[in-house]
Write a protein that binds this ligand. Structure first.
Ligand code: BDR
Ligand code: CA
Length: 314
């Protein structure tokens, strides 16, 4: 099964690895374009980083569109403390060959989805949901064209990673998340409950590095930097590799366990803004709006990632 897919991201080392995993997997993922948003670092950097990943993967033909530079209603919150000042610390930066398209990401989403058949496009969302929410506000009819949204964001059992209550992507733009979660499309949601199971242990990173190709070496470099903050924070061996879970689900859904339920976003309280209220036990009558993913075969995930990165050569 090949999914016509658009990736929306804010690279970020984990977004970067998600892009590489998708670019290595053309049988399952026909990548139509990449849209970028402000999040982990400001928009100019997330766009440059996405273009760099297309260069690395030998896909300078991939259209990359820059989107919203700030959330719908709030000031931008960034995450240099975790990702470094470039967003992808751990590798050297270059001026990418892959061009930035002139069109804004929101109009690209509107145009592409408007022209598409009903329920034909998959959206893999790896950052704050500002671009998609803005596109839906502009042209609500595009919702019918989306086959599914696979998104990384939110938390239930794990609590928040940026505030006690909120996961970063939802915290940055809770209003966008609220709109997207209630848009009516099939949604597969990967929160911290699942991504915290996917740890980039030293052994797993070494295995990737050992592949020896330039993409694998860059991936290992980024993961080694990404580890430094989270391993202290969580006293874990390795950092959670959040965003590639969205792509892994499209390739091997059998690695994941999910439950259909309602997820609602807190948009009012200052204390708990961006909290995702996951009705895992169906204790409300709020209608189910997502498949909430809560378990993963982490070894299977790293086997998949390693096997796909090997495709970039020796
Ligand atoms: C999410 O926040 C970002 O820092 C990561 O790229 C990921 O998308 C995890 O909370
Ligand atoms: Ca991200």
């Amino acid at each position: 099964m090949t999914y016509k897919t658009i990736i929306d991201c804010d690279p970020g080392q984990d977004d970067a690895v998600g892009l590489l995993l998708a670019l290595a997997s053309p049988e399952e993922i026909e990548l139509l374009g990449v849209t970028t948003v402000a999040g982990n670092v400001p928009l100019e950097l997330t766009t440059r980083n996405a273009r760099m990943m297309c260069d690395l993967a030998g896909r300078c033909d991939m259209p990359v569109f820059a989107g919203c530079s700030k959330p719908i209603r709030r000031e931008l919150v960034t995450a240099e403390a975790i990702h470094g000042e470039t967003g992808i610390n751990g590798i050297d930066i270059w001026d990418p060959i892959t061009p930035q398209q002139a069109e804004h990401a929101v109009s690209y989403l509107v145009d592409t989805l408007t022209k598409a058949d009903d329920a034909s496009i998959t959206l893999a969302m790896m950052g704050p949901l500002t671009n998609l929410a803005s596109a839906i506000k502009k042209a609500p009819s595009i919702v019918a064209k989306i086959e599914r949204i696979v998104l990384m964001g939110g938390a239930m059992r794990e609590g928040g990673n940026r505030t006690p209550s909120a996961e970063f992507n939802i915290l940055v733009d809770p209003e966008a998340a609220d709109l997207v979660l209630n848009c009516g499309c099939p949604i597969i949601q990967m929160g911290l409950d699942v991504t915290h199971q996917v740890l980039s242990t030293r052994e797993r990173v070494q295995r990737i590095k050992g592949l020896g190709n330039s993409v694998a070496i860059a991936t290992a470099g980024m993961l080694s930097f990404f580890d430094s903050f989270d391993t202290k924070k969580y006293s874990s061996e390795g950092a959670p590799l959040h965003d590639p879970c969205t792509i892994a689900w499209l390739i091997r859904p059998e690695l994941f366990v999910s439950k259909r339920c309602n997820v609602s976003v807190e948009t009012v309280s200052d204390l708990t803004a961006g909290h995702t209220a996951v009705d895992f036990w169906h204790v409300t009558d709020r209608p189910a709006n997502v498949d909430w993913v809560y378990e993963i075969d982490a070894d299977g995930f790293y086997d998949l990632l390693t096997e796909r990165l090997e495709r970039f050569g020796g």
